[in-house]
Write a protein that binds this ligand. Sequence first.
Ligand code: GLC
Length: 416
Amino acid sequence: MRDEDARSILIRNDRGGYTVPNGRVYPFQWNWDSAFVALGFTAFDLDRAWREIESLFEAQWPDGFVPHIVFWKDDPGYFPGPDRWDTKTRPLTSGITQPPVAATVVRDLWMQGGEQVRDRMAALFPKLMAWTRWFRTHRDFEGRGLVVALHPWETGRDNSPEWDEPGAAIDTSDVAPYQRRDTSHLDAAMRPTTAEYDRYVALVDYGRERGWDHARLARENPFRVADVGMTMILLRADRDLLALAEALGRDAEAEELRGYIARAEQGVDWLWNAEVGAYCSRDVLTGRSSGFVTSASFLGFYAGLSDPERDKAVLAALTRIGEAVRYLVPSLDPHDPGFQMIRYWRGPVWAVLNYMIGRGLEEAGQEGLARRVREDTRDLIRQSGFYEAFDPTTGAPTGGDDFSWTAAVWLCWAGR
Ligand code: GLC
């Protein structure tokens, strides 16, 4: 029954070539949601899976940037909509990006489709390559192979406490009045606060006033944080893109990617926080490590990193967290005083993070923890349904229902 329910969520949220994360709260195409959704479609419609990624890349900008939202059609149910972003592009999009999981997904689709889909893979390859170059051109910090986020929404983990201190530098005194839409759909206790929203909107205004000039924003933006999540995800994506380059005989690009990978493998040292024994995001403007252990801190295995000392510390942290809550992996360490069971990225479990963490653990041969993460994800969905996120202590649902990427994670991983 669950499989059928999951499939029908994807079909219902399909708007013809792209899928909305949730019909009411998120009525447009979102970047990394679409990538995960494509994995869900592989369970019953391979052609549709490719289409999801292809439609996302139809919104790519000439400089290689791939936006976090594509406004194919307007919808009053979400703020900030296309007017506030005012990117003047066709199609209209947002001006910020999101974690680059697409290359990893394309490799998976290709593995499943074989020779028959080689042309589709080859057509996407230069676009994926351009996006990676965009990150390396505009978002790398001192060429270290890290990813700098200019907006909390870029990290995909909107209100993680990692952004609290760096976010204090954002001037919100001038933000023109606006009306949030999310809190008319959902309980405000599950959502970011008003103060956080003011910062989100102030950064949108800041980018718009500078015409979304990526080079300039990279130099001047008041919020610049090396995000552990995006850094790990791009490192993984570059490894998968390298496999595609090799299969296509694209030697120059393969060499270029090997350079990016080598740099990132060194660069992550800057994110390692020996005091807490985990990878943590770090403010580029002040140099300070956040010190927060979040679910993104466990993406090192997914990124293909291996270091006996660090791995031991990370596995110990995950085990300790697993003893404190019934369901792994909470978005914030439950021992942290700021842990909140239902408030978005300050505690709840997210199926897509579990998918990446679980897959990484499995690849690293950490079978016990890999199984626990996968079974916890399965139990959460069985117990509560295809919600946006889940309370790690009780498994109760939080956020919106009928979420596309939760259904997708069920179909490609948790429910199998
Ligand atoms: C929220 C999430 C983000 C996701 C989006 C659409 O903003 O934090 O990760 O992409 O919703 O589901």
